[in-house]
Write a protein that binds this ligand. Structure first.
Ligand SMILES: [Zn+2]
Length: 503
Protein backbone atom coordinates (compact mmCIF):
# COMPACT_ATOMS: atom_id res chain seq x y z
CA UNK A 1 0.00 0.00 0.00
CA UNK A 2 1.46 3.34 -0.95
CA UNK A 3 1.53 6.20 1.52
CA UNK A 4 -0.83 8.25 -0.62
CA UNK A 5 -3.45 5.52 -0.84
CA UNK A 6 -3.24 4.83 2.84
CA UNK A 7 -3.77 8.47 3.81
CA UNK A 8 -6.57 9.05 1.35
CA UNK A 9 -8.34 5.95 2.62
CA UNK A 10 -8.17 7.28 6.15
CA UNK A 11 -9.17 10.81 5.19
CA UNK A 12 -12.21 9.48 3.41
CA UNK A 13 -13.25 7.84 6.66
CA UNK A 14 -13.65 4.45 5.08
CA UNK A 15 -14.80 1.67 7.31
CA UNK A 16 -11.62 -0.30 6.82
CA UNK A 17 -8.24 -0.10 5.12
CA UNK A 18 -7.57 -1.61 1.80
CA UNK A 19 -5.31 -4.63 1.62
CA UNK A 20 -3.54 -5.83 3.64
CA UNK A 21 -6.25 -6.59 6.18
CA UNK A 22 -6.33 -5.09 9.64
CA UNK A 23 -8.01 -7.65 11.89
CA UNK A 24 -10.21 -6.57 14.79
CA UNK A 25 -8.00 -5.67 17.76
CA UNK A 26 -4.91 -6.07 15.61
CA UNK A 27 -1.65 -4.99 17.04
CA UNK A 28 0.48 -6.97 14.60
CA UNK A 29 2.73 -5.60 11.91
CA UNK A 30 0.29 -6.26 9.15
CA UNK A 31 0.90 -3.31 6.87
CA UNK A 32 3.74 -1.51 5.17
CA UNK A 33 4.46 2.16 4.65
CA UNK A 34 7.01 3.26 2.05
CA UNK A 35 8.31 -0.23 1.95
CA UNK A 36 8.99 -0.49 5.71
CA UNK A 37 7.04 -2.46 8.25
CA UNK A 38 4.20 -0.62 9.90
CA UNK A 39 2.20 -1.62 12.95
CA UNK A 40 -1.46 -1.08 12.22
CA UNK A 41 -4.46 -1.01 14.48
CA UNK A 42 -8.16 -0.68 13.86
CA UNK A 43 -9.53 2.62 15.16
CA UNK A 44 -12.50 2.74 17.56
CA UNK A 45 -15.93 3.10 15.90
CA UNK A 46 -16.27 6.82 16.72
CA UNK A 47 -13.05 7.40 14.76
CA UNK A 48 -14.40 5.50 11.79
CA UNK A 49 -13.12 1.98 12.62
CA UNK A 50 -10.53 2.42 9.88
CA UNK A 51 -6.98 1.20 10.13
CA UNK A 52 -4.32 3.53 11.41
CA UNK A 53 -0.58 3.31 11.95
CA UNK A 54 0.72 3.13 15.46
CA UNK A 55 3.17 5.81 16.56
CA UNK A 56 5.29 6.92 19.49
CA UNK A 57 5.75 10.55 18.47
CA UNK A 58 5.20 12.96 15.57
CA UNK A 59 8.23 11.69 13.60
CA UNK A 60 6.51 8.32 13.14
CA UNK A 61 3.50 9.69 11.26
CA UNK A 62 3.04 10.37 7.54
CA UNK A 63 2.67 14.01 6.44
CA UNK A 64 -0.80 15.39 7.06
CA UNK A 65 -1.32 13.27 10.16
CA UNK A 66 -0.46 13.74 13.82
CA UNK A 67 0.48 11.21 16.47
CA UNK A 68 -2.30 11.17 19.00
CA UNK A 69 -4.13 9.06 21.55
CA UNK A 70 -7.22 7.15 20.38
CA UNK A 71 -9.69 6.29 23.13
CA UNK A 72 -11.37 2.87 22.96
CA UNK A 73 -14.58 2.46 24.93
CA UNK A 74 -16.31 -0.58 26.34
CA UNK A 75 -20.03 -1.25 25.91
CA UNK A 76 -20.87 1.08 28.82
CA UNK A 77 -18.91 3.89 27.22
CA UNK A 78 -16.04 3.81 29.69
CA UNK A 79 -12.48 4.05 28.42
CA UNK A 80 -11.19 0.53 28.00
CA UNK A 81 -7.76 1.35 26.53
CA UNK A 82 -5.72 3.92 24.63
CA UNK A 83 -3.57 3.49 21.53
CA UNK A 84 -1.16 6.01 20.04
CA UNK A 85 -2.02 6.32 16.35
CA UNK A 86 -1.43 8.58 13.36
CA UNK A 87 -4.63 10.50 12.53
CA UNK A 88 -5.50 13.37 10.24
CA UNK A 89 -6.34 16.34 12.50
CA UNK A 90 -9.95 17.38 13.05
CA UNK A 91 -10.48 20.27 10.67
CA UNK A 92 -11.81 22.85 13.12
CA UNK A 93 -10.33 21.34 16.28
CA UNK A 94 -8.14 23.32 18.66
CA UNK A 95 -4.37 22.92 18.67
CA UNK A 96 -2.36 21.28 21.46
CA UNK A 97 -3.26 22.60 24.95
CA UNK A 98 -6.47 24.17 23.61
CA UNK A 99 -9.55 23.91 25.81
CA UNK A 100 -11.69 20.75 25.47
CA UNK A 101 -14.00 18.27 27.14
CA UNK A 102 -13.68 14.48 26.92
CA UNK A 103 -17.26 14.29 25.58
CA UNK A 104 -16.41 16.60 22.68
CA UNK A 105 -12.77 15.68 22.11
CA UNK A 106 -13.23 14.28 18.58
CA UNK A 107 -14.39 17.67 17.26
CA UNK A 108 -12.92 20.09 19.80
CA UNK A 109 -9.32 18.95 19.46
CA UNK A 110 -7.32 18.79 16.25
CA UNK A 111 -5.68 15.77 17.89
CA UNK A 112 -9.12 14.26 18.75
CA UNK A 113 -7.89 13.66 22.30
CA UNK A 114 -8.61 15.58 25.50
CA UNK A 115 -6.96 15.17 28.89
CA UNK A 116 -7.94 17.19 31.98
CA UNK A 117 -9.46 19.95 29.88
CA UNK A 118 -6.62 20.33 27.38
CA UNK A 119 -6.12 18.89 23.87
CA UNK A 120 -3.16 16.51 23.94
CA UNK A 121 -0.75 15.04 21.40
CA UNK A 122 1.70 12.15 21.69
CA UNK A 123 5.42 12.82 21.87
CA UNK A 124 8.81 11.15 21.89
CA UNK A 125 10.81 14.03 23.41
CA UNK A 126 10.33 17.43 25.09
CA UNK A 127 11.06 19.23 21.81
CA UNK A 128 7.82 17.79 20.36
CA UNK A 129 5.84 19.83 22.91
CA UNK A 130 4.80 23.42 23.50
CA UNK A 131 6.82 25.74 25.71
CA UNK A 132 5.73 25.03 29.27
CA UNK A 133 5.12 21.32 28.57
CA UNK A 134 7.27 18.24 28.85
CA UNK A 135 7.03 14.86 27.16
CA UNK A 136 5.90 12.72 30.11
CA UNK A 137 4.09 9.48 30.87
CA UNK A 138 0.45 10.23 31.53
CA UNK A 139 -1.78 7.67 33.19
CA UNK A 140 -5.52 7.66 32.70
CA UNK A 141 -7.90 4.80 33.45
CA UNK A 142 -4.96 2.52 34.14
CA UNK A 143 -3.27 3.09 30.76
CA UNK A 144 -0.04 5.00 30.41
CA UNK A 145 0.95 6.89 27.27
CA UNK A 146 3.63 9.47 26.53
CA UNK A 147 1.99 12.81 25.93
CA UNK A 148 2.91 16.47 25.82
CA UNK A 149 1.84 17.36 29.33
CA UNK A 150 3.41 18.89 32.46
CA UNK A 151 6.17 18.04 34.91
CA UNK A 152 5.02 17.32 38.48
CA UNK A 153 6.68 20.51 39.69
CA UNK A 154 5.39 22.69 36.82
CA UNK A 155 3.85 25.19 39.25
CA UNK A 156 7.25 25.86 40.80
CA UNK A 157 9.06 26.53 37.53
CA UNK A 158 8.99 29.61 35.35
CA UNK A 159 7.88 29.05 31.76
CA UNK A 160 10.78 30.44 29.72
CA UNK A 161 9.55 32.36 26.70
CA UNK A 162 12.99 33.10 25.30
CA UNK A 163 15.31 36.04 24.90
CA UNK A 164 14.41 38.39 22.07
CA UNK A 165 16.55 41.04 20.37
CA UNK A 166 14.27 44.02 19.76
CA UNK A 167 14.65 47.61 18.60
CA UNK A 168 12.58 50.53 19.85
CA UNK A 169 9.00 50.18 18.60
CA UNK A 170 9.36 46.46 17.84
CA UNK A 171 7.40 43.56 19.28
CA UNK A 172 7.89 39.81 19.36
CA UNK A 173 5.91 37.41 17.21
CA UNK A 174 3.04 35.77 19.12
CA UNK A 175 4.67 33.42 21.66
CA UNK A 176 2.60 30.34 22.39
CA UNK A 177 2.95 28.58 25.73
CA UNK A 178 1.02 26.03 27.75
CA UNK A 179 -0.25 26.56 31.30
CA UNK A 180 -0.82 23.52 33.58
CA UNK A 181 -4.36 22.70 34.80
CA UNK A 182 -3.81 23.44 38.51
CA UNK A 183 -2.71 27.00 37.70
CA UNK A 184 -4.87 29.82 39.10
CA UNK A 185 -2.77 32.78 38.10
CA UNK A 186 0.15 33.86 35.95
CA UNK A 187 2.86 36.42 36.44
CA UNK A 188 4.37 37.67 33.19
CA UNK A 189 7.69 39.42 33.29
CA UNK A 190 9.84 41.13 30.67
CA UNK A 191 13.39 42.02 31.60
CA UNK A 192 16.05 44.01 29.73
CA UNK A 193 19.16 41.86 30.11
CA UNK A 194 21.48 44.76 29.31
CA UNK A 195 20.10 47.09 31.97
CA UNK A 196 17.42 49.71 31.69
CA UNK A 197 17.78 51.53 28.39
CA UNK A 198 14.32 50.96 26.93
CA UNK A 199 10.79 51.14 28.28
CA UNK A 200 9.39 47.63 27.86
CA UNK A 201 5.78 46.76 27.28
CA UNK A 202 3.32 43.93 26.87
CA UNK A 203 1.52 44.14 23.55
CA UNK A 204 -1.12 41.42 23.53
CA UNK A 205 -2.20 38.56 25.76
CA UNK A 206 -4.73 35.87 24.81
CA UNK A 207 -5.96 32.97 26.90
CA UNK A 208 -6.82 29.37 25.96
CA UNK A 209 -10.24 30.42 24.59
CA UNK A 210 -8.52 33.11 22.50
CA UNK A 211 -10.03 35.84 24.70
CA UNK A 212 -8.05 39.06 24.29
CA UNK A 213 -7.11 39.84 27.90
CA UNK A 214 -4.75 42.69 27.20
CA UNK A 215 -4.18 44.89 24.18
CA UNK A 216 -1.64 47.74 24.18
CA UNK A 217 -3.35 49.85 21.53
CA UNK A 218 -6.62 49.80 23.45
CA UNK A 219 -5.04 50.77 26.77
CA UNK A 220 -2.98 53.53 25.09
CA UNK A 221 -6.29 54.96 23.90
CA UNK A 222 -7.30 54.96 27.61
CA UNK A 223 -9.91 52.28 27.10
CA UNK A 224 -9.89 49.54 29.72
CA UNK A 225 -8.99 45.96 28.83
CA UNK A 226 -9.93 42.88 30.92
CA UNK A 227 -6.44 42.97 32.44
CA UNK A 228 -5.65 46.56 33.32
CA UNK A 229 -1.97 47.26 32.83
CA UNK A 230 -0.22 50.50 31.99
CA UNK A 231 3.22 50.79 30.35
CA UNK A 232 4.42 53.48 32.73
CA UNK A 233 8.03 53.68 33.91
CA UNK A 234 8.96 50.27 32.52
CA UNK A 235 12.66 50.79 31.80
CA UNK A 236 14.53 47.60 32.61
CA UNK A 237 11.56 45.45 33.59
CA UNK A 238 7.80 45.12 33.28
CA UNK A 239 5.45 42.75 35.08
CA UNK A 240 1.79 41.84 34.57
CA UNK A 241 -0.63 39.64 36.48
CA UNK A 242 -3.33 37.40 35.08
CA UNK A 243 -6.13 37.47 36.11
CA UNK A 244 -5.19 40.66 38.03
CA UNK A 245 -8.81 41.08 39.09
CA UNK A 246 -11.72 38.87 40.14
CA UNK A 247 -13.69 36.28 38.16
CA UNK A 248 -16.52 38.65 37.25
CA UNK A 249 -14.00 40.40 34.97
CA UNK A 250 -11.38 37.81 33.96
CA UNK A 251 -12.01 34.09 34.12
CA UNK A 252 -8.65 32.40 34.42
CA UNK A 253 -8.20 29.46 32.05
CA UNK A 254 -5.34 27.02 31.88
CA UNK A 255 -4.03 25.68 28.57
CA UNK A 256 -2.75 27.40 25.45
CA UNK A 257 -1.88 31.08 25.91
CA UNK A 258 -0.33 33.60 23.53
CA UNK A 259 1.81 36.60 24.48
CA UNK A 260 3.40 39.39 22.50
CA UNK A 261 5.76 41.77 24.23
CA UNK A 262 7.86 44.60 22.91
CA UNK A 263 9.84 47.75 23.37
CA UNK A 264 8.32 51.22 23.26
CA UNK A 265 9.96 53.81 21.02
CA UNK A 266 12.21 56.33 22.71
CA UNK A 267 15.73 55.21 23.46
CA UNK A 268 19.11 56.05 22.03
CA UNK A 269 20.32 52.45 22.22
CA UNK A 270 20.20 50.33 19.06
CA UNK A 271 18.45 47.30 20.42
CA UNK A 272 17.78 45.44 23.59
CA UNK A 273 17.73 41.80 24.66
CA UNK A 274 14.45 41.13 26.38
CA UNK A 275 13.96 37.98 28.42
CA UNK A 276 10.34 36.89 28.77
CA UNK A 277 8.94 34.51 31.34
CA UNK A 278 5.56 33.38 32.66
CA UNK A 279 5.28 32.23 36.26
CA UNK A 280 2.35 29.92 36.97
CA UNK A 281 0.92 30.10 40.47
CA UNK A 282 -1.70 28.40 42.62
CA UNK A 283 -3.96 30.26 45.05
CA UNK A 284 -5.03 29.92 48.66
CA UNK A 285 -3.36 31.08 51.88
CA UNK A 286 0.38 31.63 51.58
CA UNK A 287 3.40 33.60 52.73
CA UNK A 288 5.24 36.65 51.48
CA UNK A 289 8.87 36.91 52.55
CA UNK A 290 10.39 40.34 52.97
CA UNK A 291 14.01 41.36 52.60
CA UNK A 292 14.13 44.48 54.76
CA UNK A 293 16.89 46.92 53.76
CA UNK A 294 17.60 49.48 56.50
CA UNK A 295 19.12 52.78 55.34
CA UNK A 296 21.71 54.50 57.55
CA UNK A 297 20.29 57.02 60.02
CA UNK A 298 17.08 55.20 60.98
CA UNK A 299 18.27 54.27 64.48
CA UNK A 300 17.95 50.58 63.65
CA UNK A 301 20.23 48.23 61.74
CA UNK A 302 20.36 44.56 60.75
CA UNK A 303 21.87 43.57 64.09
CA UNK A 304 19.21 45.30 66.19
CA UNK A 305 16.25 44.79 63.83
CA UNK A 306 14.77 41.63 65.32
CA UNK A 307 14.61 43.18 68.83
CA UNK A 308 13.76 46.77 67.80
CA UNK A 309 10.36 47.58 69.31
CA UNK A 310 9.34 50.15 66.71
CA UNK A 311 10.39 48.09 63.67
CA UNK A 312 8.80 44.91 65.00
CA UNK A 313 5.66 46.92 65.81
CA UNK A 314 5.49 48.14 62.20
CA UNK A 315 6.06 44.66 60.76
CA UNK A 316 3.53 43.13 63.18
CA UNK A 317 0.89 45.63 62.08
CA UNK A 318 1.62 44.92 58.41
CA UNK A 319 1.32 41.20 59.14
CA UNK A 320 -2.08 41.74 60.80
CA UNK A 321 -3.38 43.77 57.84
CA UNK A 322 -2.64 40.99 55.34
CA UNK A 323 -3.55 38.16 57.70
CA UNK A 324 -7.16 39.25 57.17
CA UNK A 325 -7.07 37.91 53.58
CA UNK A 326 -4.93 34.83 54.24
CA UNK A 327 -1.51 36.25 53.43
CA UNK A 328 1.24 35.82 56.02
CA UNK A 329 3.90 38.52 55.70
CA UNK A 330 7.23 37.50 57.22
CA UNK A 331 10.49 39.46 57.43
CA UNK A 332 13.07 36.91 56.35
CA UNK A 333 16.22 38.96 56.56
CA UNK A 334 17.50 42.41 57.42
CA UNK A 335 20.25 44.11 55.42
CA UNK A 336 22.46 47.17 56.01
CA UNK A 337 23.33 47.63 52.34
CA UNK A 338 21.82 51.02 51.49
CA UNK A 339 24.41 53.60 50.44
CA UNK A 340 24.34 56.70 52.69
CA UNK A 341 23.43 59.10 49.87
CA UNK A 342 20.27 57.05 49.15
CA UNK A 343 19.04 57.38 52.72
CA UNK A 344 17.09 60.41 51.54
CA UNK A 345 15.67 59.60 48.10
CA UNK A 346 15.75 62.84 46.09
CA UNK A 347 14.30 61.68 42.76
CA UNK A 348 11.77 59.03 41.81
CA UNK A 349 11.09 59.40 38.07
CA UNK A 350 12.87 57.25 35.50
CA UNK A 351 15.76 54.79 35.40
CA UNK A 352 18.38 57.37 36.43
CA UNK A 353 16.53 58.40 39.59
CA UNK A 354 17.72 57.64 43.11
CA UNK A 355 14.63 55.50 43.65
CA UNK A 356 15.63 53.30 40.69
CA UNK A 357 19.23 53.09 41.96
CA UNK A 358 17.95 51.99 45.36
CA UNK A 359 15.63 49.33 43.92
CA UNK A 360 18.46 47.88 41.82
CA UNK A 361 19.97 46.81 45.16
CA UNK A 362 17.19 44.24 45.61
CA UNK A 363 18.38 40.74 46.45
CA UNK A 364 15.26 38.83 45.28
CA UNK A 365 13.66 35.56 46.46
CA UNK A 366 10.96 37.58 48.16
CA UNK A 367 9.89 41.21 48.20
CA UNK A 368 12.60 43.77 48.84
CA UNK A 369 11.52 46.55 51.20
CA UNK A 370 13.74 49.62 51.49
CA UNK A 371 13.18 51.68 54.61
CA UNK A 372 14.70 55.15 54.08
CA UNK A 373 14.61 58.39 56.06
CA UNK A 374 12.42 60.18 53.54
CA UNK A 375 11.46 60.51 49.88
CA UNK A 376 11.94 64.17 48.97
CA UNK A 377 10.41 64.11 45.52
CA UNK A 378 8.74 67.01 43.70
CA UNK A 379 5.47 65.97 45.31
CA UNK A 380 5.53 64.76 48.95
CA UNK A 381 5.78 60.97 48.90
CA UNK A 382 5.51 58.60 51.84
CA UNK A 383 6.20 55.45 49.85
CA UNK A 384 6.44 54.03 46.37
CA UNK A 385 6.27 50.65 44.67
CA UNK A 386 8.39 49.46 41.73
CA UNK A 387 5.27 48.65 39.72
CA UNK A 388 1.61 47.63 39.77
CA UNK A 389 2.54 44.83 39.94
CA UNK A 390 6.31 44.82 40.40
CA UNK A 391 8.62 42.06 39.09
CA UNK A 392 8.22 38.73 40.87
CA UNK A 393 11.46 38.32 42.77
CA UNK A 394 13.82 39.28 39.95
CA UNK A 395 16.63 41.12 41.73
CA UNK A 396 18.54 44.06 40.38
CA UNK A 397 15.94 45.81 38.19
CA UNK A 398 14.91 49.45 38.65
CA UNK A 399 11.54 48.14 39.84
CA UNK A 400 12.52 45.39 42.29
CA UNK A 401 10.85 46.43 45.50
CA UNK A 402 9.09 49.11 47.53
CA UNK A 403 10.49 52.19 49.28
CA UNK A 404 8.97 53.56 52.47
CA UNK A 405 9.72 56.68 54.52
CA UNK A 406 10.57 55.61 58.04
CA UNK A 407 11.97 58.75 59.70
CA UNK A 408 9.97 59.74 62.79
CA UNK A 409 9.77 63.32 61.43
CA UNK A 410 7.85 61.94 58.44
CA UNK A 411 5.71 59.08 59.75
CA UNK A 412 5.70 59.87 63.47
CA UNK A 413 6.96 58.05 66.54
CA UNK A 414 4.23 55.45 66.48
CA UNK A 415 4.12 52.39 64.30
CA UNK A 416 0.72 52.76 62.66
CA UNK A 417 1.49 55.30 59.92
CA UNK A 418 4.71 53.62 58.78
CA UNK A 419 2.90 50.26 58.79
CA UNK A 420 0.03 51.65 56.70
CA UNK A 421 2.44 53.11 54.14
CA UNK A 422 4.42 49.87 53.93
CA UNK A 423 1.28 47.74 53.61
CA UNK A 424 -0.16 50.09 50.93
CA UNK A 425 3.04 49.85 48.85
CA UNK A 426 3.13 46.06 49.25
CA UNK A 427 -0.47 46.08 47.99
CA UNK A 428 0.60 48.00 44.86
CA UNK A 429 3.62 45.75 44.30
CA UNK A 430 1.46 42.63 44.48
CA UNK A 431 -0.94 44.08 41.90
CA UNK A 432 -3.52 46.35 43.55
CA UNK A 433 -4.51 49.72 42.12
CA UNK A 434 -6.04 52.49 44.25
CA UNK A 435 -9.66 51.62 44.99
CA UNK A 436 -10.23 55.37 44.62
CA UNK A 437 -7.85 57.84 42.97
CA UNK A 438 -7.23 61.35 44.28
CA UNK A 439 -7.77 63.15 40.98
CA UNK A 440 -11.26 63.45 39.54
CA UNK A 441 -12.33 60.81 37.02
CA UNK A 442 -11.77 61.76 33.38
CA UNK A 443 -14.90 63.02 31.66
CA UNK A 444 -15.83 61.66 28.22
CA UNK A 445 -13.09 62.63 25.76
CA UNK A 446 -10.78 63.84 28.55
CA UNK A 447 -7.42 62.14 29.08
CA UNK A 448 -4.76 61.93 31.80
CA UNK A 449 -2.79 63.62 33.21
CA UNK A 450 -5.02 65.92 35.21
CA UNK A 451 -7.78 63.36 35.56
CA UNK A 452 -7.93 59.67 36.52
CA UNK A 453 -8.75 57.14 33.76
CA UNK A 454 -11.23 54.26 34.09
CA UNK A 455 -13.55 56.15 36.43
CA UNK A 456 -10.75 56.70 38.93
CA UNK A 457 -11.32 53.28 40.46
CA UNK A 458 -9.68 49.86 40.44
CA UNK A 459 -10.93 46.91 38.34
CA UNK A 460 -12.10 44.94 41.40
CA UNK A 461 -15.88 44.86 41.90
CA UNK A 462 -16.10 44.69 45.71
CA UNK A 463 -13.72 47.49 46.75
CA UNK A 464 -16.17 50.46 46.46
CA UNK A 465 -14.68 53.94 47.00
CA UNK A 466 -14.24 53.54 50.75
CA UNK A 467 -11.59 55.67 52.43
CA UNK A 468 -11.25 52.83 54.96
CA UNK A 469 -9.61 50.71 52.28
CA UNK A 470 -5.85 50.15 52.45
CA UNK A 471 -5.58 51.11 48.77
CA UNK A 472 -7.38 54.47 49.10
CA UNK A 473 -5.11 56.98 47.38
CA UNK A 474 -4.21 58.80 50.62
CA UNK A 475 -3.30 57.83 54.15
CA UNK A 476 -6.35 58.45 56.36
CA UNK A 477 -6.39 58.76 60.15
CA UNK A 478 -9.72 58.39 61.91
CA UNK A 479 -11.02 59.75 65.22
CA UNK A 480 -10.62 56.42 66.98
CA UNK A 481 -6.91 56.50 66.14
CA UNK A 482 -7.15 53.91 63.37
CA UNK A 483 -5.95 54.25 59.77
CA UNK A 484 -7.30 52.98 56.46
CA UNK A 485 -6.16 49.37 56.49
CA UNK A 486 -9.07 47.27 55.16
CA UNK A 487 -8.74 44.77 52.32
CA UNK A 488 -11.68 43.19 50.52
CA UNK A 489 -12.11 39.58 49.49
CA UNK A 490 -11.59 40.63 45.87
CA UNK A 491 -8.29 42.31 46.70
CA UNK A 492 -7.25 39.16 48.55
CA UNK A 493 -8.13 37.12 45.45
CA UNK A 494 -5.60 39.16 43.45
CA UNK A 495 -2.91 39.26 46.15
CA UNK A 496 -2.90 35.50 46.72
CA UNK A 497 -2.37 34.84 43.00
CA UNK A 498 0.90 36.75 42.86
CA UNK A 499 3.90 34.45 42.15
CA UNK A 500 5.77 36.09 45.05
CA UNK A 501 3.39 34.34 47.44
CA UNK A 502 4.81 30.97 48.47
CA UNK A 503 2.90 27.95 49.76
ZN1 LIG B 1 -0.72 54.34 46.25
Amino acid sequence: MSRLLWISGLLAGTAACGAPPCPEGSDGRDGTLDGGPLAMVRLPPDLGAACAARCNGPDDCPPGTICTRARYRDEEGHTSRFELVCLPPAARGRAAAGACTVAGELEECASRSCHEGQCVVACARDADCLVGQRCVEVSEDGFTTRLCWYADDALERPIELGTHELRGGEATAPLVFAVPPETEGLGLVAEDLAGHRFPLTFVELRDAEDVLLFDLETILAWQDTPIRWLPLQTHGAAAMLAPGSTEDRVRFRHGRWTLRAGVLPGSTADSVRVRLRALPTAAGPGSLHLNVHLAPGLGVNAASASTDTRLQGVLGTVEAIFQAIGLRVVARRYLDDVEPHLSVVDSVQGPESEAAALLRGAVGEGLDVFLVRSIDAATPTLGLAGGVPGPFGEPGTSHSGVIVSYDRAVVGDGTLLAAQVLAHEIGHYLGLFHNQEGSPACAAGERPPGCAPFGGQDPIADTSTSDRNLMFWALRTFEDGSVNDELTEGQGFVLLRNPLVSR
